[in-house]
Design a protein around this ligand. Sequence first.
Ligand SMILES: *[C@@H]1O[C@H](CO)[C@@H](O)[C@H](O)[C@H]1NC(C)=O
Ligand SMILES: *[C@@H]1O[C@H](CO)[C@@H](O)[C@H](O)[C@H]1NC(C)=O
Length: 655
Amino acid sequence: MRGSCAQRRPAGRRQVLFPFLLPLFYPALCEPIRYSIPEELAKGSVVGNLAKDLGLSVLDVSARKLRVSAEKLLFNVDAESGDLLVKDRIDREQICKERRICELKLEAVVENPLNIFHIIVVVEDINDHAPQFDKKEVHLEIFESVSAGARISLDPATDPDINMNSIKDYEINPNPYFSLKVRVNSDGGKYPELSLEKPLDREKQRSHRLILTALDGGDPPRSATVRIEIFVRDTNDNPPVFSKDEYRITVSENLPPGSSVLQVTATDQDEGVNAEINYYFRSTAQSTRHMFSLDEKTGMIKNNQSLDFEDTERYTMEVEAKDGGGLSTQCKVIIEILDENDNSPEIIITSLSDEILEDSLPGMVVALFKTRDRDFGGNGEVTCNLGKDVPFKISSSNNNYYRLVTDGALDREQTPEYNVTITATDRGKPPLSSSTTITLHITDINDNAPVFHQASYVVHVAENNPPGASIAQVSASDPDLGPNGRVSYSILASDLEPRALSSYVSVSAQSGVVFAQRAFDHASEPGLFSLGLRTGEVRTARALGDKDSARQRLLVAVRDGGQPPLSATATLHLVFADSLQEAELQFYLVVALALISVLFLLAVILAITLHLRRSSSPAAWGCFQPGLCVKSGPVVPPNYSEGTLPYSYNLVGMI
Ligand SMILES: *[C@@H]1O[C@H](CO)[C@@H](O)[C@H](O)[C@H]1NC(C)=O
Ligand SMILES: *[C@@H]1O[C@H](CO)[C@@H](O)[C@H](O)[C@H]1NC(C)=O
């Protein structure tokens, strides 16, 4: 470092340039004296012995006033020793900034003679600065879809020191996702870069914290750190997931419309729009879509209409959940409808007999019906009942088919029609029932004979009636219906002997019904009287002749229009008189005579009784005891009441 003037430089040129300054600056043109010091030396530190290096003695230092000068004077000269000393802080980074070589130029001046020497103090860098990052913390975002191997540039640290003391390396804390690569620029600058080692998954880890360390090459090295937080940005890499693959629920068919039936829920691990889920029906029958509504946002399924088990027992639908990124999943929803007893049984009359004869035997089928209940199980099981007090019963056959049969005697004349109420009840809780009433009309049969209102008639008739005069009326009634109850009258015989009656009519021993023994033929009857066929009115056919008896007896018959017809008879006693007074007189006379006869008869009986008592004949006595005496001769059947001659008439005849 010893500086000395080089005399070999070409002097001519300089002489041209600076002819008058040459003596002054000549030494300055010599090689400068060079010193090298590290920066930041303490004040007063010795840079070098300037006097010695200039070839001056210690005495010369003060004698020739050795000193240094510069624009900014950082050095001074020790007046005694001639050492160049550090006068002020020397910060290489401040003085030389980025320059790789930092030289301070100064001049040493001596007087007597005045001379100037050039001095260069080279300031060496020391590692007096640590690397530095702009920020303490850095936030980065990276999509989770970024594949392994991707690079992320990071801001480099800065270090004002140079060369070895500047930044040498970067490090990050070990972690499975990122590694650090240091890129070297063409100018030698080093830049850190993160390299993705394996794919990120936001759903597993939303952010990663790293610490980046910048190291310089000093000895000891200095470092700086920055915290790096890497947020993983979502990509739609997760489809929605339903809480169940299959939702199954059972609801009552009574569920009112608009009720919430079921809520499906899907979740999506993504975030933001990628996790916004909408629900839709998919591959679901149109009828089902009408029945249920699905809230797109909430996944709530409601019944839009009334449910009906009898209509549909089960609905199957598919619901799709779709996120905002377009990923979707499906689930199955099964809604089973529970039967409620909401249907009453129905009664369907399939056939109804239109002719129920009143003599039908028990067990005759009069109607067929079936029941139907649309409910399920016990709710649809039906039993049938009939109202009380009807001569019918239900005879059930299988498959809800029933027969309504007669169960007792029928009598149209008593009850011409029955309103039969059939009640069908199911086994629901509570049970439902319905009933239907059918009217059964009983068909008439000719089971009633006509009956005369009187068993016998006694009529007094004026003697001189013109032919065709109405003299009497008989009437009979028949409770049967229609032709069976339509009566027609006829004269069976006139002025008959009692014994002859049986040849015309017979009487049923059981019912007392009179049956005709031969055809009644009133058209060829040559008698004294005629009888109105329908009216029962008795008229004279001709005038009463002399030969005609004043007492006439007619056997009158009535018959109905049934097949076969039933009939009855009655006797009509006609008493003719000249006038009504004569007839009345005659009547009283008859009564008086009858009384006398009775008294006479009683007297005779009394006499005979007394006589018999006296003779004590038991045989004769027994005849007065009823039932012991057998009479002989013609006998009128005891139940032939209508034809029996009245007692009074007999008496008159005897007299
Ligand atoms: C629900 O019912 C109403 C009325 O019956 C109808 O207007 C509407 O369209 C139905 N909604 C769906 C989703 O079927
Ligand atoms: C049967 O019902 C009909 C119609 O309700 C009614 O007119 C009729 O009187 C009823 N008959 C009987 C016997 O109750």
